[in-house]
Design a protein around this ligand. Sequence first.
Ligand SMILES: Nc1nc2c(c(=O)[nH]1)N[C@H]1C(S)=C(S)[C@@H](COP(=O)(O)OP(=O)(O)OC[C@H]3O[C@@H](n4cnc5c(=O)[nH]c(N)nc54)[C@H](O)[C@@H]3O)O[C@H]1N2
Ligand SMILES: Nc1nc2c(c(=O)[nH]1)N[C@H]1C(S)=C(S)[C@@H](COP(=O)(O)OP(=O)(O)OC[C@H]3O[C@@H](n4cnc5c(=O)[nH]c(N)nc54)[C@H](O)[C@@H]3O)O[C@H]1N2
Ligand SMILES: [Mo]
Length: 761
Amino acid sequence: MTTRREVPGIRPYDGPAGGWGALRATAQAVRLQMESIKAPITLLRTNQPDGFDCPGCAWPDKEHKSTFQFCENGAKAVTWEATTKRVGPEFFENNTVSSLLQRSDFELEDLGRLTHPLVYDRTTDKFRAVAWDDAFARIGEVLRGLSSPDEAEFYTSGRASNEAAYLFQLFAREYGTNNFPDCSNMCHEPTSVGLPRSIGIGKGTVSLDDFDATELILSIGHNPGTNHPRMMGTLHECSRRNVPIIVFNPLRERALERFADPQSMIEMATFGSTRIASTYFQVDAGGDAAALKGIMKALLAMDAEQGNTVLDHEFIATHTQGFEALAADLEATSWEDIEKASGLSREDLEQVAIAYAKSNATIVTYGMGVTQHNKGTATVRLIADLLLLRGNIGKPGAGICPLRGHSNVQGNRTVGITEKPSATFLKQIEEVFGFEPPAAHGHDAVQAMQAMIAGTAKALICLGGNFAVALPDSGQSFPAMGKLDLSVHLGTKLNRSHLLVAKETYVLPVLGRTELDIQASGQQSITVEDSMSMVHASSGKLTPASEHLRSEPAIVAGIATATLPDSKVAWKELIADYDKVRDLIEQTVPGFEAFNERIRTPGGFRMPLPPTERVWPTPSGKAIFSVYGGVQEDADVLGAENVLRLITLRSHDQYNTTIYALDDRYRGVFGRRDVLFMNEDDLAEQGLEHGDLVDIETITSSGRQLRLENITAIAYNIAKGSVGAYYPEANVLVPLDYLDKESGTPSYKSVPVHVLRSAET
Ligand SMILES: Nc1nc2c(c(=O)[nH]1)N[C@H]1C(S)=C(S)[C@@H](COP(=O)(O)OP(=O)(O)OC[C@H]3O[C@@H](n4cnc5c(=O)[nH]c(N)nc54)[C@H](O)[C@@H]3O)O[C@H]1N2
Ligand SMILES: Nc1nc2c(c(=O)[nH]1)N[C@H]1C(S)=C(S)[C@@H](COP(=O)(O)OP(=O)(O)OC[C@H]3O[C@@H](n4cnc5c(=O)[nH]c(N)nc54)[C@H](O)[C@@H]3O)O[C@H]1N2
Ligand SMILES: [Mo]
């Protein structure tokens, strides 16, 4: 390799993921945020039977009663919330909103926990403390004054508990709208839309036990070392059993190559590590559909050659429909197109087909690398097709495993956060509560922002999240926040969306998941549903960050009572005892029978998943194969010259729009985030060198100019033609209308861009 110039903050990382580096980073997170005496106790309570659910990710724990599972990024999430830093009225007295907007996302949240309810005062350009009841009264007044309930948008972050989310949707539906933009719309919506069409339910079908019995794992488009760190323990165990793990990812992610388990005394003592991927395919960004079609095409060819012994024909005949159409489409798709679109060779894909044919039980895991694409829903369905071909759904050790994002994003959907509610759910609401909920479909996240840009949305109530920063095209999304009459944010820490003030803005500080929640009947717990449909209780243990905080359910109830004086819901009683909220969930949502009883057993219970028993809740009662048609997610822009595919991704030190620190250790980036990962050949073709300053420009169909300037291009092991930059900074480059039409999810991971040398300054 040629010697490269030194670029500040860029140093190759040669070790395995995990190991001592992870332990050091955990200690560092604790030191920066917490008193060292409290920290170990707090961390030990994470994911324990009587403790709180880790706010980090939705990966399950073995029955939620195992010994403490070490996880660096879980520790960061917990210490971020349990920090001793505070930001109170005095600080806001001394700082205008305009001045705060100059601070970085990292600096804003690093101010610490919010302590008082705040209202924006336009005359001083400052936030000041406000009494809870005054805030509720005014919010209620504005909401009652809108000319239609559909002028309000109700956003939910996947962090919200089942109880808070259920009350939130109940309030908004009684108020009169189905406008429920939620973070799922930016995340796993292709799963929620695609899987019901294929297998009848929009959730994964595997449990942790299946990983004990699996013979092959295909891991597509997710980065567990950073985003689902507790999954690394599972992958580590599988690898030690010699289960092949075939990875598809344009970037070489260290944790998918080698991992040292901090729980393993031997690996820690010997500085050893375990391979994770048995084979690593650097598929092109957006090339997964082509790759999946290639594997299936090879599989069908093998089946024909080997006397129909490769596919599970009995399963296909008994349990599925649409096989012929899939087979015909695969026949019509040429290897040439597959190779070109995937960036992988026919031989490679045939090898995967051989491994797949050999395995008696296969799991496919996938994340944002699959969903955040123009044809995300269609690609999710191809994953289901691949599994169905060999009967890999509804048998031990096999199944589909979408890696959910937020710790309760799946639960929110289950309890009614959806802009497209089913008729049965609405009927249940009407029967139990005696009001008629609206039936017309509401806005998802992108549509909500489009309505704000158009000026037709007037109020935005956010149950958590950083709405404007998470959405694409900041150049339009940021100013749209200012057009609103009212914005209300329930949050733990200050973020940019709070500062993009509307005519009136309230920031309402909430109790975090780690904190004690005491209501009239005593200490409360909430519930969450993990990626594998396990529902369990979570109870905070820490003293709240401030005596003025309220719980999310209590704040929702406060706003609801002020907005709907004649509400049919007994808000006060529900808040006094969350068991009563759960009783209502039980009465209105299927699968929650004996809810309160079952969450009192350690580990909780599993929501019904009919496909695990080969029951397919589709209209025909069968699992349904899909036809993708072609291999490209969008053929239009590919003809243009020098087009690169921009992937926007998370660093190791970030939680969505929350930036914990500026390092991305496993990718060798330290103290900075203004970089563009590029393949060496792409650098050379563009006449660039490692360390050069570049501007990135999106190729849009609308003619809108989307540009990010003065980013440092760095040579990286990434598929040729694909480039990578950090979210949320790169959101200025993502077009708002460039999305998967079936699910509405933005194509955050395949933005067509030009990369140009920055003008000399
Ligand atoms: N610590 C931490 N944990 C988190 C989060 C966090 O920000 N920080 N966020 C939470 C949330 S909300 C979510 S949704 C999840 C996200 O978890 P992931 O799904 O892991 O999300 P990303 O980091 O955005 O990207 C995942 C991977 O997709 C790859 N990729 C990009 N494009 C493609 C492609 O076209 N094909 C393939 N095969 N791969 C591709 C990228 O290289 C990257 O390795 O994590 C959750 N957990
Ligand atoms: N370019 C690009 N954009 C993306 C993505 C991408 O990969 N690329 N990923 C998308 C995905 S998958 C997602 S899920 C979104 C998420 O994006 P975000 O909206 O950023 O997600 P959150 O982590 O929910 O929001 C962070 C905020 O939640 C608040 N918060 C933290 N804990 C609590 C709590 O307990 N209660 C309340 N009420 N508030 C709390 C804090 O104030 C914090 O500022 O971003 C999407 N945007
Ligand atoms: Mo997400």
